[in-house]
Write a protein that binds this ligand. Structure first.
Ligand SMILES: [Zn+2]
Length: 194
């Protein structure tokens, strides 16, 4: 799973990406996690995971929380920025989260909960050995991955709960370029590993 500007997925089996055809697969970012009052997604649907848990999605979520509870967060500098600063990004949110800001902490926890709901369903369908999380947002904080894991396990049926572990991608933000290079190498018929 890659969490960055959007949220993407891929299923790897015995070292190869499982290919179901040209239409794509593992569109984890477009699993609907907010069916009511969800944000409009680039795919045309509403309430997709990436509208609340990608980089721009975290900004959506922070703005909504600051708007919905203005009194509760009236003294929060980061909530104020989420509402009024057009340059506010997920990087700002994670910086505040790392400094134990309450508004940022709750927002990140809620986003991790949405990701957990999607991943619990993935685990029940695919039963993977490991979920690797990459992307600029996904690898920005070890704590974020831990939050996702903690909220995923209770949602998984008990017999599958202990099998799957979570790992942070070692490719960090390079996951897209590395994947594109590997795909290009394969299309050119070379077997050389990237
Ligand atoms: Zn979507």
């Amino acid at each position: 799973m890659t969490i960055g500007t959007g949220i993407g997925g891929g299923i790897v089996r015995e070292g190869d990406i499982v290919d179901f055809g040209d239409a794509g697969e593992a569109e984890i970012g477009h699993m609907v996690v907010m069916p009511q009052d969800g944000f409009v997604c680039g795919c045309g649907n509403r309430g997709c995971l990436e509208t609340v848990a990608s980089g721009p999605g975290l900004v959506n979520l922070a703005r909504k929380r600051a708007q919905d509870c203005p009194v509760a967060w009236q003294d929060s500098a980061i909530a104020h920025r989420a509402l009024y600063d057009a340059r506010f990004t997920a990087v700002d949110l994670f910086e505040a989260y790392a400094q134990d800001d309450a508004f940022a902490g709750e927002t990140v926890r809620i986003a991790a909960g949405f990701i957990a709901r999607a991943l619990a369903s993935v685990i029940q369908i695919v039963n993977p050995d490991v979920i690797v999380i990459g992307g600029g947002v996904g690898t920005s904080s070890e704590c974020f991955i831990r939050l996702i894991a903690e909220q995923t396990y209770p949602l998984v049926m008990p017999s599958l709960r202990g099998r799957c572990c979570f790992a942070r991608s070692q490719l960090h933000e390079q996951v897209v370029t590395q994947g594109a290079a590997l795909l290009a190498a394969r299309m050119l018929g070379t077997n050389r590993s990237c």
